[in-house]
Design a protein around this ligand. Structure first.
Ligand code: ADP
Ligand code: MG
Length: 624
């Protein structure tokens, strides 16, 4: 504490650019973790440091207790209150950020809280006398870190960088920003956790190539591939399991303890006590070969690291196929990596380190404290964005899933492909399908499947006020813009009139990383079938378009045909319509071609007529 106060003192910065004493902006990085949260800032040595509380602890348990007297307690004390006050104490709130009630009930059937539906489908948690949103709960954690930082840095903060898992979707990111706002913090940027870890190691100054970031925390596992190229950092691929982490290791020990106690139906209080002991024993086993413990009630026992590691081996091994998939997604072999970074408290478990080293065929980077590394990198980035650091650096992240638009026939047109570096803006032109069409529905979807109904629906809106024109004449430009925080804005604009409509996408329900992994797997598994379905739908859409065009041609210029010709055209239309109900794309395509060939003379006559019309409608001068 002493040291930090000293090094943070304004005006003592050794930075040569900081001529004015105290000019250094008070900016911090915050790792808002599921289990623990930390805040870090740049010290006088120019190195980021985590800021400790009065007792010298840097990791604040991400736990909030709502007392009957209206008091709100966070951190260690709140965690200690959890066993006796399970309903008033909220743990792992990060898991509920940006999610709805049903979603949480399905994912966390054991959650001891009464949940209510709040505005926008978001969950509210009954905590004792009050009902709180995950955003409010997170803001309490942020407020605690904020006051800790302000005490140490000697004044109000100018801004923060908060880290989020690379997998966080728009709703979860937005919820994180909202929590910061409620806590009175100015968010300079949300930063993906793996990117923060790479920054902490200064990898951006290192050798070009790919780096893997392996993050095993309390309740979640994330693995990311970062590519460093010409000083530019990109997250190239991500994967993970949102229900795998140190808590599962605790469970193994807990089950053992409860077994030793002979408790078949333990009370919640006993479970929590055993859980706490399990975590302590587990953490000691990272340094000690054998640990002795005393259970509630006085029973004592011992557990060796070997026994513990045998017990959690399968759990830890579950991370490896995920690493394999991410390497595959990133298109690299383990041997091509420049380095592997360990992040998260659970990577202190020696077995985890061995498995990672073995899998990647190299010793991972572990110089920095794995549970501080994300906060340290965030502090680095905050310093940069706060204008304290003059060094040029561009940080890019990627979109975890493709973002697309539904087109006719339940098809998906991908606009921002998966793994696109962000921020990004991409546009695509669309046109009207029917004559005189004055509105167009925009359905924003996320996912890899070929059909919109198989992707995740993010938003819908309608572009209205398109001037009535012939089918295909309007030009509607749809732009997808993903900002640096991963938030998506979709805009549709009719180019001739400038009519525009846009939406910021904040889906009410988030996706877990398993769901994302599942969606990717589905897409791969269904690849061939999807392609067939796509072709069939495309053929049907084309058939429908041709039929609609023929219909309006007959309406407008039917008088150009004699009775026989009219019959022939109608017969072709009927044949095409019937074929398009069938299941074969090839047959439909064939019928479309026949229709085309069989009505060419009609199209020719119409063209002649419209040309005449154009000429008679204009002054001769126009053709001079
Ligand atoms: P999160 O990012 O989920 O908040 P952290 O990265 O802070 O999580 O990791 C928390 C987890 O790390 C907890 O399960 C904790 O018990 C575990 N952990 C912390 N220190 C050790 C250690 N020395 N040995 C084993 N596990 C540890
Ligand atoms: Mg973490």
């Amino acid at each position: 504490m002493e040291v930090l106060l000293d090094i943070m003192e304004p005006g003592k910065s050794p930075d040569p650019h900081q001529a004015v004493p105290g000019a250094r902006k008070r900016v911090v990085g915050i790792d808002l973790g599921t289990t623990y949260s930390l805040v870090a800032a740049i010290g006088v040595e120019g190195q980021p440091l985590c800021i400790p509380d009065e007792d010298g602890r840097v990791a604040l348990p991400s736990v909030v207790h709502y007392g009957a007297d209206g008091r709100i307690i966070t951190g260690e004390t709140a965690r200690d209150l959890a066993p006796s006050h399970p309903v008033e104490t909220i743990l792992s709130v990060k898991r509920y950020m940006g999610r709805g009630v049903e979603d949480i009930r399905r994912r966390h059937p054991m959650i001891p809280h009464v949940l209510e539906e709040g505005p926008g489908g978001m969950v509210r948690i009954v905590a004792g006398e009050r009902t709180v949103s995950p955003v409010e709960v997170s803001s309490e954690i942020l407020k605690e870190l904020k006051s800790r930082a302000e005490d140490t840095l000697g004044g109000p903060l100018h801004g923060v960088v908060i880290t989020v898992p690379a997998y966080f979707d728009d709703a979860q990111r937005q919820a994180t920003k909202d929590a910061a706002r409620v806590a009175g913090l100015e968010v300079l940027r949300l930063l993906n956790e793996p990117t923060a870890a790479a920054l902490a190691y200064g990898l951006e100054k290192g050798r070009e190539g790919m780096y893997a970031i392996y993050d095993l925390g309390g309740g979640t596992f994330d693995v990311s591939l970062l590519k460093l190229e010409k000083g530019i950092f990109q997250v190239r691929a991500t994967g993970g399991d949102s229900a795998l982490g140190g808590d599962d290791f605790d469970h193994w020990l807990m089950a053992r303890f409860l077994g030793e106690l002979g408790e078949e139906h333990p009370q919640p209080g006993l479970i929590q006590a055993c859980r706490k002991l399990a975590r302590e024993v587990k953490e000691r086993l990272s340094d000690e070969e054998e640990v002795a413990y005393a259970l509630p009630g006085g029973t004592t026992g011992r557990v060796t690291r070997d026994a513990f590691e045998a017990g959690i081996r399968e759990l830890a091994r579950k991370t490896l196929p995920i690493c394999r998939r991410v390497l595959k997604d990133g298109g690299v072999g383990a041997e091509e990596l420049q380095g592997v970074v360990l992040v998260g408290g659970s990577t202190r478990v020696p077995l985890v380190r061995r498995l990672v080293a073995e899998f990647f065929g190299r010793e991972p980077l572990t110089d920095l404290d794995p549970d501080q590394v994300v906060a340290l990198g965030a502090a680095h980035q905050a310093d940069l964005l706060g204008g304290n650091d003059t060094q040029e650096m561009l940080l890019l992240d990627v979109t975890p899933l493709s973002l697309g638009i539904e087109t006719m026939g339940d098809l998906v047109e991908k606009i921002v492909p998966r793994n696109s570096p962000i921020p990004t803006a991409r546009a695509q032109d669309f046109t009207t399908f029917k004559d005189g069409q004055t509105a167009m529905a925009v359905h924003v979807v996320q996912g890899e499947r070929e059909l919109a109904s198989q992707c995740r629906s993010l938003a819908r809106f309608e572009l209205r006020g398109i001037p009535p024109m012939a089918a295909g004449a309007a030009r509607i430009r749809v732009t997808y813009r993903v900002d640096a925080d991963g938030l998506l804005t979709v805009a549709a604009r009719e180019e001739t009139t400038g009519v525009e409509q846009s939406i910021v996408v904040q889906p009410s329900y988030g996706l877990t990383d398993e769901e994302i992994a599942g969606m990717l797997q589905e897409a791969m598994r269904h690849g061939a079938a999807d392609m067939e379905a796509r072709l069939l739908n495309e053929a049907r859409v084309e058939a429908e378009r041709v039929l609609a065009a023929a219909g309006s041609a007959l309406r407008d210029d039917g008088d150009l045909l004699n009775e026989n010709e009219l019959k022939r055209v109608k017969a072709l239309m009927l044949a095409l319509w019937e074929t398009s109900r069938g299941q074969s794309a090839a047959t439909i395509d064939q019928a479309v071609r026949e229709m085309d060939a069989g009505t060419r003379f009609f199209a020719q006559r119409r063209m002649d007529r419209s040309l005449q019309g154009a000429m008679t409608g204009r002054k001769v001068d126009d053709f001079a």
